[in-house]
Design a protein around this ligand. Sequence first.
Ligand code: SF4
Length: 588
Amino acid sequence: MEEYKDKLYKILAQVEKPARYCGGEWNTPDMSKPRKADMCFCFPELYEIGMSNLGVQILYDVINSDKDFAAERCFAPAEDFARKLKEENLPLLSLETKKPLKDFTVLGFSIGFELLYTNVLYMLDLAEIPFYAADRGEEYPILLAGGPCAVNPEPFADFFDIIVCGEGEEADLNILRIIAESRAEGVSKSEILKRVKSVEGAYVPSLHKDGEKVTKAVLRDFENAPYPEKPLVPNIEAVHDRATLELYRGCASGCRFCQAGFWYRPIRERSAERCAELGKKMVESAGFGEMSLCSLSTGDYTELEKLEDILIPYCEQKRVNLALPSLRISSFKSDMAKHSRKSSLTFAPEAGTQRLRNVINKNVTDAELDNLAEAFEIGYDSIKLYFMLGLPTETDDDIAGIAEICKRLKGLYYLKRHKRGLNISVSCAVFIPKPCTPFQWEEQISMEEMLRKQNYLRGLLREIKGVSFSWHGAETSVLEAALARGDRRQSRVIERAYELGAKFDAWTEQFKWDAWTQAFADCGLTMGEYTRRREADEALPWDFIDNGVSKAYLLKERELGYMEATTKNCREGCNGCGALKLGRCTVC
Ligand code: SF4
């Protein structure tokens, strides 16, 4: 590896932000221990983004805490660095020991977003590893994928040997153990994959037979699960430079468009004592100036007040900011906001009218929006509001309701502060029907309709002073929807898009719509085939994954949505979604 290091150090002096490629972060575990097997976590985005990913931090910690295994990291390099690698004939290396990716036992890709698919190929290309599992012989590492996109792994299934559907804490270790033992016995890769199939959550695309089910991996003892008490401290500023404390998994709200809310069921909470203990250890080991309480709906955490009672004095004494992202309006409490030194509040009503919020089961009422007056009273002057356009049954009246909410908040601010000056920033995404949600069968509105709706809203908001408007690109929304509900035929589309220059698709300035449309066409497909409405009895590419939540429940929820009827929060009692068969829900 010394020869690689010399070349690497030469390159570092010639690229932007060389700290992205150096490794050696504070809290890096000992890499000199003997290894029965090793895994390089590959994150298909830049260092600054990857270092903010909690999933990677957790799994990195889990594997490095095992006496037999070691985990290293590699992030997608920026293009200047990639060019230099090619010029120097240098393969992609891990951050820790500067080992070529192709020499690891396992490469574990974390895929959290559909627009990262081409970056997987970009990294494999730089690592000098063939894209397709079928083209990789015994000399190559075993390629594993996991992360939120494993809800529907079919678009990238041909690239991987193993895909972990669900949570990786136990599954990754079990898989690594099987691989290490099998390699020691000298058995072939195909025999190893046969053995790996028995691990909960392990999907082996090459060995999968029609009609077989893969049960999602669930971490059942969430309270005592390992957690990175000594997180890595990024070499350069990361997107989230803070101690991130995961309070619970899953979500009790049941918003009908939300994939994470259904996928991460059953709902499992950590006790306030354990959360506080972990938070303090992270701050003390890494010196972070901010602690973030993180979950899908932090304000709903059962022991939030108890946790605040412990952490607020601690954070004040340590001069650490306690940040509270993803609050729900219905759970907003001004004393929570008081202790968060944020300049702006963030809320997500998602839809502009009560009617449409009932359709999507976003249990926020107009009266609850009035709660925000308390925040204005204690000094907040700006608010970010998140909405979605193109939701099922949406009309222009619902869109006009977004402008009405802005006017209402302006009025509340004036009442409390006796002055104008509230800044509102409205951000609108486009609805994407995602697998494993009650709306997984819905169509996505056409691109023309997206643009019309965006223009209509922009016109309405322009008439209100102090409101800024931003929206997600129509083209990226269509592509995301097409890939989210994709099938095996899309592996070739992704490869073709990469050949045509697509990579870093999540970056607006890099996004190449033409490459993607051509890639679909070259493969004899259209995005429209994937964004269309699906019939309730139609076979769906992800049907083989047993997520606990039954199809019957999702269909019932969709019908309730059409009837504009809401479903109660799981904290008020179990709604019978089916997830209990995979583990205990700690909220019901
Ligand atoms: S419906 Fe019941 S099993 Fe499903 S997430 Fe809610 S409480 Fe848990």
